[in-house]
Write a protein that binds this ligand. Sequence first.
Ligand code: TXA
Ligand code: MG
Length: 311
Amino acid sequence: MKINLANIKKAKKFLDKRDCIAVPTETVYGLAGNAYSDSACNKIFRLKKRPRYNPLIVHYYDILSLRKDCELNEDFLKLYSKFCPGPITFILNLKKNSKISKFVTNNKKTLAVRFPKHPITRCLLKKLNYPLAAPSANLSSKVSAVSASDVKEDFGRKIKYVLEGGKASIGLESTIIDLNAKPRILRLGGLEVSNIKKILKKKIHVDINPKKIKSSGQLKIHYSPGIPIRLNAKTVKDEEALLLLKKRKKMKKNFFYLSINGNLKKAAKNLYSILRKIKKNKYKSIVVAKIPNVGLGKTINDRLIRASKYK
Ligand code: TXA
Ligand code: MG
């Protein structure tokens, strides 16, 4: 991907003034602001209409810049050297003297941190002397944005600048792992849990539907395109959109496919843009044909199950 330095300079200028902008990442676009600034973080919550209790992820260039803010542990170091930069978010303990704004964590003692891989945002992070707080750049509880035009669709001119970075290559949010005690997955995401297990070589708890919500990705209703979704359906009416994992020989106008031949990586990449497209085409509901619950299929199903709670 070609990096346009003039655009990065412009993005930096807004961020240095404590404005929020949208930035591309390999998972989804983020709504970014200076994580050390109360006013920038406040703006993120307001723009996204995000409840204040829901903490933000902070994006760093590398481990050196993170050391000032968090306590690092062994599991983190192993996963960092294998997967970062990449689609994994770590929950770590904050250092007492960290400069992270109290709005980021809602006064909690832990911080969610991530090292995005997108070359444009890495180039931007390298030039800043603060990390970026950046939740997904969509309105709270809705489908995430995987392109600059998705961001503009949700926020219009309320966001001062969208740093263009093409379509997100993964298309699903990062996998969140809490590393404070026994490793615990809080959100399935773009990195498969089996890959994490191979590195840590120990049991990993998957805690994605807890009684006490720790992460908004655990909320029962989330990732919704704003119309009802029915899962594993056998029948579909003409006025409903049918979402298929792979293209069928006989396609109808109301059939939408996530990949040509059932490739789950491609399906993940297309999921959110196709949900948005169906909504734009004015279908009143979506019917989903079964998607195998393996690999990234687990993350896709997790998102569709939460989206299906919308009535
Ligand atoms: O792929 C991603 O992670 C994208 C890109 C932009 O980096 N970001 C993203 O952010 O998905 P967001 O805010 O939509 O989801 C972050 C999740 C939220 O569910 C939040 O509750 C959780 O991380 N989180 C943040 N801080 C936490 C903490 N200290 N403990 C537990 N969960 C936390
Ligand atoms: Mg989100």
